[in-house]
Design a protein around this ligand. Structure first.
Ligand code: ADP
Ligand code: MG
Length: 269
């Protein structure tokens, strides 16, 4: 029997509302990702995607439900002790929409990657390979975050995450702030990296068009709930839920009809 690499069961997170009620940001989110697999999480803004991503990496704690890595429960909060903390970080790494927040402005790209390598007891010399793997050359290796373009900064954030040699890479709207042509480059890079390293991807995006290029499975969220999940190709070609259909008609393609998208949105309420 093969155990799944990543498995969530009934992940639920609520936030307090004024007056004592609670707002459910995510409810009963259950999925599995096989070793080296790829899962897209899509939905409109506010549907609970980031909440799920943050529960996966441990930035927020679920009210209910659990996360398993290779059949073992993931520690619900940052463990005490350096070894346990580092081991936990190697399970799941996260890349955010804005890498400025997570990159140290004082460190060059090479220093940034070396710092992550050293922290995890790996050889400094991997830095060059990692930077090369994400398409950053010698000039970029010596540059600080503000001297890099948005796409290059995101490449650096990916290299730094890979330095940890994670089992899962969670990317939350990681290409949302980039130009379409740069988006395409980063998406191709992610596909290459998955093939080369075997890292599993959880790719969070409001944009179904983006998700289809990098994921085999997709999960569609609406108002905190999973309304549909399945193989990306199937969900895109024959969506079972009206909301997925709506998301598809909302993607501005060549044949996009804003009138139709607006009518579909109104119909679903
Ligand atoms: P998405 O990433 O899909 O845009 P989020 O997971 O960020 O959605 O948010 C889901 C819902 O939870 C939203 O209604 C949002 O306002 C609410 N929410 C998220 N974080 C918090 C928080 N820290 N406090 C209160 N409400 C929150
Ligand atoms: Mg979000």
């Amino acid at each position: 029997m093969t155990t799944d690499l990543l498995k969530t069961e009934g992940l639920t997170k609520t936030y307090p509302l004024p007056g004592g009620a609670r707002h459910t940001a995510a409810r009963d989110v259950t999925f599995t990702v096989p070793r080296g697999g790829s899962l897209g999480i899509v939905g409109e803004s506010g549907s609970g995607k980031t909440t799920v991503a943050r529960m996966l990496v441990g930035l927020i704690r679920p009210d209910e439900g659990g996360i398993h890595i290779e059949g073992r429960p993931r520690a619900p909060r940052t463990p005490r002790g350096r070894t346990a903390r580092l081991a936990r970080a190697r399970e799941i790494q996260m890349v955010f929409q804005d890498p400025y927040i997570s990159l140290d402005p004082r460190l060059t790209a090479a220093q940034c990657v070396r710092t992550a390598l050293r922290l995890h007891g790996r050889e400094d010399s991997h830095a060059e390979t990692l930077l090369d793997q994400v398409g950053l050359g010698t000039r970029e290796a010596g540059a600080r975050p503000r001297e890099l373009s948005g796409g290059q900064r995101q490449r650096l954030a990916i290299a730094r995450s890979l330095a940890v040699d994670p089992k899962v890479l969670v990317l939350d709207e990681a290409v949302a702030a980039l130009d379409v042509s740069i988006q395409a480059q980063i998406l191709r890079l992610l596909t290459e990296i998955r093939a080369e390293t075997g890292v599993a991807l959880v790719f969070v995006s409001h944009d179904l068009a983006v998700v289809q290029h990098v994921t085999e499975e997709v999960l569609v969220m609406r108002q905190g709930e999973v309304v549909e999940q399945g193989p990306t190709s199937r969900v895109l070609t024959s969506p079972q839920h009206p909301y997925t259909h709506l998301l598809l008609t909302s993607v501005p393609t060549k044949n996009w009809d804003p009138e139709k998208a607006t009518r579909a949105r109104e119909a679903i309420g």
